[in-house]
Design a protein around this ligand. Sequence first.
Ligand code: NAP
Length: 228
Amino acid sequence: MRLLILGRGKTGSLVADVARQRGHDIRVAGASENAGGAALAAEKLREIDVVIDFTAPSCVVANIEACIREGKNMVVGTTGWHGEVDRIKNLVESHGTGFVYAANFSVGVNFFLDVARTAAAALRHGYSGQIFERHHVHKKDAPSGTAIAIQRVIRESSGGEEDLEITSFREGDVVGMHEIVLESPADRIYLCHDAKSRQGFADGAVRAAEWLAGKKGFYDFKDVWREL
Ligand SMILES: NC(=O)c1ccc[n+]([C@@H]2O[C@H](COP(=O)([O-])OP(=O)(O)OC[C@H]3O[C@@H](n4cnc5c(N)ncnc54)[C@H](OP(=O)(O)O)[C@@H]3O)[C@@H](O)[C@H]2O)c1
């Protein structure tokens, strides 16, 4: 496939390595090549099958809109735009493009969300809960998109109306750690996912792009990762 990877940062550069290893023909554009959306002009996108975005909350929505306008399928890993999700879904569907997004493209985190769904039952049995997330000091958004996803699945699965509190820590070069702590008067349950590297995000994003080739529609990775 011909892939355009937006973002030459910590994750985008690893996505490029994984895509190359899997035999794809890739182009990469960082902030300077994509100033004013230059990398997403019609003639630049003509040969591209799927665009993968690991950039920043400040530019991701403009990138998404430009790709949809040009009818390009897109995999979006950048976080911090969840408030726009319904509007983007409508745009994707009205333009007939394909789109996969996730706050976390790691298969391990998606297993962890399944664990969180099961653990949410404790909230109906006298437990209270909290979510803790730790990331490196350069992370731009807080709380993390993954922590918000954990909060959402626990609310939906417990049938409760209130969200668990999220506490965010920014320290050192932590790749991404998410903890759920459930507490009753008798005991505490600790659940933790700790990313050892960015490899899991990059693998998942490239495999999502392969899955998306030739498809239309708006997909949350949590609903499709089992098919990869
Ligand atoms: N979904 C997942 O699995 C997952 C996993 C990890 C991270 N993320 C998210 O992905 C995003 C990037 O994370 P990161 O850790 O890779 O950040 P990062 O190291 O700061 O990299 C971001 C890159 O985006 C580039 N950029 C900024 N504006 C751009 C534009 N308009 N067009 C093209 N490139 C642009 C920056 O270029 P310059 O260096 O030139 O400024 C930088 O290289 C964050 O939102 C993070 O939360 C998601």
